[in-house]
Design a binder for this molecule. Structure first.
Ligand SMILES: Cc1ncc(COP(=O)(O)O)c(C=O)c1O
Length: 242
């Protein structure tokens, strides 16, 4: 690349002119200038100034095997050359989706044996909601409509995902939300436990789920959604009693 195109200042200027970042104050960010990441290997990132950084968050919690895995690049290249894309609508399938589904069925607990693919976590949660409502409708219980979620949870940026999530600033930005969502408190002992010991706190927060089901009445409740540990909320692990 020539100097005009790979300088930090040039990238920052183009980024400010043409790129909207998610969850960002664009005015402040464009004044300060974004960090430009140009390379990654293993657990490390490099920025456009040549600084090496440990990627402690693994991207957005999703680079589970590290950067620069040659076998993944090789598999992607082979697939891109053979069959880069096809859908599975219209009574169609293809070897890549069949083989991946069979492998996931082998690796996942026995009751998870069929897979539907989505492009993001937000879309996956919206799709899970469709499945929940369809399930209760087929069971002859269409009144089971309520979803119980937790405050300070993150379930995505779509209207459904953000309504399920318990982040108030996201709710403030959405004049219309999904109906039939109720929130309970998070199992965040370190931040909210006060003098209560961790085990007792975990139980009291778990009991909120039961209390909410009783309040809404079980015949109206469709599902509970919760992150096993809250990522975006602050990497919060519940007490073991929870
Ligand atoms: C627990 C959880 N659910 C859903 C999402 C949304 O995923 P995406 O950003 O791929 O839409 C995230 C994203 O960080 C997440 O941490």
């Amino acid at each position: 690349m020539n100097d005009r195109f790979d300088s930090t200042a040039h990238y920052r200027a183009l980024d400010a002119a043409h790129h909207l970042h998610p969850f960002s104050d664009m005015g402040a960010l464009n004044c300060a200038g974004s960090r430009v990441i140009v390379k990654a290997e293993g657990v490390y990132l490099w920025d456009s100034e040549g600084k090496r950084i440990i990627d402690g968050m693994a991207g957005l919690w999703c680079v589970n095997v590290g950067y620069g895995r040659r076998e993944l690049a090789d598999a992607a290249l082979k697939q891109m050359r053979e069959l880069p894309y096809y859908n599975t609508f219209f009574k169609t399938t293809h070897p890549a989706v069949i083989e991946l589904s069979a492998l996931l069925a082998e690796l996942a607990p026995a009751r998870f044996n069929r897979f539907l693919y989505c492009n993001s976590g937000s879309e996956a949660n919206d799709t899970a909601l469709h499945a929940v409502h369809r399930y209760w409708s087929i069971k002859g219980k269409p009144d089971k409509r309520y979803l119980i979620a937790r405050r300070n949870a993150y379930h995505g940026s779509t209207i459904a995902g953000a309504t399920l999530g318990g982040m108030s600033y996201m709710h403030e930005q959405m004049p219309s939300k999904m109906e039939h969502v109720a929130h309970i408190d998070q199992p965040y002992w370190f931040g909210e436990g006060g003098p209560t010991d961790a085990d007792a706190f975990g139980l009291s927060r778990a009991r909120q789920l039961e209390e909410k089901i009783l309040e809404l009445e079980a015949e109206n409740v469709a599902a509970f959604i919760g992150e096993p540990f809250q990522g975006s909320g602050g990497v919060i692990f519940p007490p073991s009693t929870y």
